[in-house]
Design a protein around this ligand. Structure first.
Ligand SMILES: [Ca+2]
Ligand SMILES: [Ca+2]
Length: 301
């Protein structure tokens, strides 16, 4: 019976790691090191649950509140083993803070900040030794199969190579997000991904000044410094979104097609060219099926 009991316990632990459940992520006070593990006065520095722990100290204390997005999106470790979403569930950031983390998403994940919360996914955290290396990486990387769906809502992503890079056959909705001072792309869509972008802002792509990583675009060259780009066989729509101050194009269609990126009610200003291969429209986007390569055709209605 003891052996049976132990087996049952192990199996339940395994099953809970597969569960689709919501978790919370707390905020912090922008202090280095990344993950802010030091104890804080309970209820301060983003300590939403009031236990005096934030950051990595909150990641392993045996509840469904986490201090880093990286821990929340995994299975969980330590006393919190099995409590993370394990790439299947909803992460809600409930207090403002800076999250200097590369977030990799591969499943049915909703990553969102609660209304009024500023969740700053920032490569730069002053005084943190990882700051230099992070600036040469994308902030959010999505690579999920076509039978999964990713939602990114109310997130600020800045100072990366790309604010978000979406690869493979991923399906992604980006809503009410902000992408600023990323040097290559604000939003980069590759492969056969399908992405809809609504009520978002993409600003100052290709413009970043950091003593360790360069003065973009004055002495370091953005590559290419575009606000939003669709590549390969990807497709998507852009709605009620502002794209401004890009070193390169604001919204660019570099795919193999010319009718699979639709921009409806978009405000583009002060980009090198506002639209490249995309015709802005004041009528809603609709998909009209697939071309012979299976690419979704998305055009103004
Ligand atoms: Ca806490
Ligand atoms: Ca916790």
């Amino acid at each position: 019976m003891l052996v049976f009991g132990a087996l049952t316990f192990v199996m339940m632990g395994t099953l809970s790691a597969l569960a689709n459940h919501p978790v919370l992520v707390e905020g912090n006070c922008n202090n280095p090191p990344a993950g802010n593990p030091g104890p804080v006065t309970p209820g301060t520095c983003g300590d939403y649950d009031g236990d005096g722990r934030i950051g990595t100290a909150e990641d392993t204390d045996g509840d469904r509140v986490f201090g880093t997005i990286t821990a929340a999106i995994g299975a969980g470790t330590g006393a919190s083993a099995g409590f993370g979403i394990n790439q299947n569930g909803t992460i809600t950031i409930v207090a403002s803070g800076t999250f200097p983390e590369v977030v990799t998403i591969t499943g049915n994940v909703t990553l969102q900040a609660a209304p009024g919360v500023v969740a700053n996914l920032d490569a730069v955290l002053q005084g943190d030794p990882g700051t230099t290396a992070r600036q040469s990486q994308p902030g959010i990387i999505v690579n999920a199969p076509a039978n999964r769906y990713v939602v990114i809502r109310n997130i600020l992503s800045k100072n990366w190579t790309s604010g978000i890079q979406i690869n493979g056959s991923s399906r992604v909705a980006i809503e009410s997000c902000k992408f600023e001072n990323n040097v290559n792309y604000g939003i980069e869509v590759t492969g056969s991904a399908r992405v809809t972008i609504a009520k978002s802002e993409v600003h100052a792509t290709g413009f970043r000044l950091n003593p360790a990583t360069g003065d973009f675009p004055s002495t370091s060259i953005p590559n290419p410094g575009k606000g939003i780009e669709f590549d390969d066989n990807s497709s998507g729509t852009i709605f009620l979104t502002t794209v401004s101050g890009s070193f390169g194009a604001g919204i660019s269609n570099e795919t193999n097609r010319n009718r699979n990126v639709c921009a409806y009610l978009v405000n583009a200003f002060d980009n090198n060219d506002d639209f490249d291969g995309v015709n802005p429209s004041n009528t809603p986007c609709t998909d009209t099926g697939r071309d012979r390569n299976g690419t979704l055709i998305t055009v103004p209605r």
